[in-house]
Structures are given as C-alpha cells and as structure tokens.
Design a protein. Structure first.
Length: 297
C-alpha cells in the first residue's frame, strides 16, 4: 500500500485500492469547496470560492469554467430531480439551478431576517433541503461581503412541498459540513465554534432531530465537508498541518480507521464516477481524485 494511504485500523483495508493512483485533476485555485458529481453528464462541479466561480471537470476536457460570477458559491448537492442545489455567500441564500439554467432562490430569509452565509447542503429522500448557516461569508470580502449577522448560526430545513423554512438545530455556534447516514437516521454536522472542532450527531425523526451527541473530537484536525459511504463510514475533509492534511475516515462507531494524505488541507469531498467509487477531493488550491474500494452512499 502506498505510504500516503494510512491504515489506522484493519477494517480500512478493503476501503482502498493499493494500486489506484492519486490523480491531480487541477491546480492553482484560490480555495476549492462544494464538489458535486453529475453522473448523467459525467462531470464534476466544484466551487473556486474566492475567485467567485464554479468550475467544471470532465475526463475528456479537464477543468473549465461552468459559471462566473457565481455569487461566491460554496457547498453543493443535487435534489431528487437532478437539479443543482447551491449555497451562496454573496446572495446569503440557497439556490436551485433549474433544468433551463435559470436560478431559483429557495431560501434567503427566516422570520424576515437575512440568512448569514449558507455553507453546506444536503437533500433528504423526502425532497427536503437541509443546510448550515455560519457567518464565514460575511466576516470579510474574501469569500463574500462583510455584513452584520441578523440571525443566529442555525441549521435549517427547507420543505420543498410547502416552501417553508424551519430551524432544525439552533445550538451550534458555527455549523459547517453536513451529511446524512446512508439510511438517513442520523445527521452529522461539523461544529466549528469549539476548540477543538467536533463532529456532532443527531437522530433524525422526519423533520425533527433528537439525541444530540459528540460523534468525535477532532483534536488538532479541522473537519470541514464530509460524506458517507454505503457502509456508513464517514469520509471527512481534514488538515491544518502536514501530518494531518487529507481525508480522515471514521467507522460508524467513530473509530478512526484510515487516512488519505494529501499535500494540502482538504476542505470538502464527494463520491462520483460510474459506480460512485471515485473520491473527488477539493483541497485548498488543488483538485484530486482517487478510486476507492467502497461506494458513496
């Protein structure tokens, strides 16, 4: 196994392919975030956040510009109809890109007050859109525009049937990455407001969450965006120094089982490819990919 794949627990062995190369798909960006895979177009979209653009990568054509300006887009996902759902720092909103390319704002206010800067987003099987809303995009002009927060840093649920926005979690100072377990019985959220950072877990009951608990304490690591594989393992963007930069993988019981070392911190990731077994890693100024031994949930 190559030295940049670190086996922390033997259960990690089947999750990786010792002969699969780590590929660099692009370099020279400001800060990559929000990767999302479009299987029907065989393409990856990823935010180059400070440069205010969304990039497109394909195997045949490499990296090109998908949208610019992009309203300082951050996290992305797709809804059940295949449409792009995105978080906008500049617009302080969550948007949906319709099939004809037009943009629909799903949520930009709660109780008449502006959202902070939606950061990461997932769509549940019932069509509801869940997203985190820290204030990172309004702290300065690098990832958005400076503004005074009007709301606490909540986690929201947008009901696509009623177009209503509700607060599902209101006790995290700076919620960041968000991800459901494969059966959607658990939602994981990165808590950036504590030192060290933590990954929290909540039980999901329809539109409500209960049983808040600390899934894991990150120590010196900096979890950001993450996704689950079909076995329930959590693949988290990680870093802050040379020894930690990359992707840290945790079993469903929070046991750290493996690490993929990268030359720079990984902010976010997603699974893609024909069989959802290709890991795409948005890592600071570079985009990497690696075929793995498991499939994304």
């Amino acid at each position: 196994m190559p030295d940049w794949i670190v086996e922390i627990d033997p259960s990690f062995r089947h999750c990786v392919l010792p002969n699969a190369p780590l590929l660099t798909l692009g370099q020279g960006y400001a800060w990559l975030e929000g990767p999302v895979w479009f299987a029907d177009a065989n393409q990856l979209l990823v935010s180059d956040l400070p440069n205010d653009r969304i990039l497109r990568w394909t195997e045949d054509s490499g990296v090109s510009v998908f949208r610019q300006p992009a309203h300082f887009a951050n996290g992305h996902t797709r809804d059940r109809q295949g449409r792009l759902i995105g978080c906008s720092h500049q617009g302080r909103c969550v948007t949906r890109t319709e099939i004809d390319g037009s943009l629909t704002v799903l949520a930009d206010r709660f109780d008449g007050k502006r959202l902070n800067s939606p950061n990461d987003v997932v769509v549940k099987r019932d069509g509801s859109v869940w997203f985190t809303d820290p204030e990172f995009g309004i702290l300065g002009y690098y990832e958005g525009a400076r503004a005074t927060p009007e709301l606490p840093t909540n986690v929201y649920r947008y009901d696509s049937d009623t177009n209503r926005l509700s607060v599902v979690i209101d006790d995290i100072v700076r919620p960041n990455g968000i991800c459901f377990s494969p059966d959607e019985s658990i939602v994981y959220i990165v808590d950036c407001g504590t030192t060290p950072r933590r990954i929290l877990a909540y039980d999901v009951n329809g539109a409500r969450v209960t049983n808040k608990r600390v899934f894991m304490d990150a120590g010196e690591g900096t979890p950001d965006g993450f996704r689950c594989d079909t076995e329930g393992n959590l693949w988290a963007g990680w870093g802050m120094n040379t020894a930690l930069n990359g992707v840290r993988i945790f079993a469903p019981d929070a046991t750290p089982i493996g690490h993929i070392a990268l030359p720079e911190r990984c902010a976010n990731l997603c699974f893609g490819g024909l069989h959802r077994n290709r890991l795409f890693m948005a890592s600071s100024q570079s985009l990497y990919s690696l075929y793995v031994g498991v499939q994304g949930a």
